[in-house]
Design a protein around this ligand. Structure first.
Ligand SMILES: *Cc1c(COP(=O)(O)O)cnc(C)c1O
Length: 385
């Protein structure tokens, strides 16, 4: 018997390989940092989302070491059975307090948190609206909810307004990346909230790349804009600037209680190890006091942008640590990424379908763990590439 389905995926892999789209993993042999060991080599890395350099911070590591004998390794059950530990609870309480929202709920990943919020708030009778450059998890969440899903061109709020005005759905939900993960620009959250108020909709703000980086004390994009509303569901991921893992949703108390009843990605999964919550509590404290790291990071962003602009590269309008350099073709992007690698510098080539066709790019991400000298090395290498 031939196995047609397996032959089909084999030709699919060949096709991806021929188009330069075959994804492969690099193996890290060190902790996440500005310099990492990969395949026996030390490389200067501009790829991580560890914006504040906390992934390997001694205060977080010490919190884990202290928690381990007390809490053990695994949570052993889901939160609603016996997996909910005082460490999880303490983090949720501190997080809500930190971002100034009434209540918070911890999830295993940002992907799962987005699935939870969207499927718990809208169903078949609802309509979900999303920016075309939103993260994949928000799009998947909309599909899973079975609501009508209407996407609008990146930042085109006039188009969003037309869609919302035309909608007859019982419940409406707007999804947005506060900082767009592949372009680095910041969404106009005040205008989005005004639209949600005018059309009686919820607003889910995915702050994966804003929490820890933007706003006073790193409180994130809502603090950056000074926004507050019971319509806002705030989602922060904890594996990026916070340096650990997981995600947290903060909102009105009743919204959080509703998620606890309805969110399948919360209910039907094992709780994260409580020692991670101990690390997260330590991380919140470091984040709050990390103005020096944020100032340093902003200075690195300016240094990089000025240098790349002087060399004539095409940048996007981003003031965040996500600095894409648009190249266009997949092959050229890969070639430049390889040339940088030869010089000991790791910058990922981001290709479709992660970004639109013909907008392949180098995605440089900066971290407070980088020094001005590191950015100068990158600029020099980009000049040679
Ligand atoms: C990384 C990311 C997520 C997913 O978060 P994880 O915790 O990594 O699952 C969601 N939304 C955006 C915008 C992201 O960049």
């Amino acid at each position: 018997m031939t196995f047609a389905a397996l032959s089909e995926i084999r030709s699919g892999l060949t096709a991806l390989s021929e188009q330069g789209l075959l994804r492969q993993r690099r193996m890290l042999q060190s902790a996440q940092d500005a310099r990492v060991h990969v395949d026996g080599r030390e490389l200067l890395s501009f790829c991580s989302n560890d914006y504040l350099g906390l992934a390997n911070h001694p205060a977080l590591a010490a919190a884990v070491a202290q928690a381990l004998p007390e809490m053990g390794v695994g949570a052993g059950a889901s939160h609603l059975i016996t997996g909910h530990h005082t460490a999880h609870h303490a983090f949720e309480t501190k997080f809500a307090e930190f971002v100034g929202l009434p209540d918070a709920l911890l999830f295993s990943t940002g992907y799962m948190a987005n699935l939870a919020v969207v499927t718990a708030l809208v169903g078949r009778e609802g309509e979900v609206f999303g920016d075309k450059l939103n993260h994949a998890s928000l799009n998947d969440a909309a599909l899973l909810s079975r609501a009508k899903f209407s996407r609008y061109a990146h930042n085109d709020l006039a188009a969003l307004e037309r869609l919302m005005a035309a909608s007859t759905a019982r419940s409406k939900l707007v999804l947005v990346d506060a900082v767009f993960s592949m372009d680095g620009d910041v969404a106009d959250l005040p205008a989005l909230l005004a639209l949600c108020e005018a059309h009686d909709a919820w607003l889910l703000v995915d702050d994966a790349h804003g929490f820890g980086v933007l706003g006073a004390g790193g409180r994130g994009s809502l603090a950056h804009f000074g926004l507050q509303s019971p319509r806002i569901i705030y989602m922060a991921t904890l594996g990026k600037a916070a340096g650990v893992a997981g995600a947290v949703v903060a909102a009105e108390h009743d919204v959080i209680t509703w998620l606890l009843q309805k969110a399948r990605t919360y209910i039907y999964t094992t709780a994260t190890p409580p020692l991670l919550s101990a690390a997260l509590l330590a991380s919140l404290q470091v984040i709050a006091g990390a103005d020096d790291r944020r100032t340093h990071l902003r200075e690195l962003v300016m240094q990089l942008r000025d240098g790349l602009q002087a060399q004539g590269w095409e940048l996007l309008d981003s003031a965040t640590p996500i600095q894409p350099v648009i190249i266009g073709s997949n092959e050229a992007t890969l070639a430049i990424s390889s040339a940088l690698l030869e010089q000991g510098i790791l910058v990922p080539a981001i290709r479709p379908p992660t970004v639109p066709v013909n907008s392949a790019r180098l995605r440089i991400t900066l971290s407070a763990a980088h020094s001005a000298a590191d950015v100068a090395l990158l600029l020099n290498a980009m000049g040679n590439a």
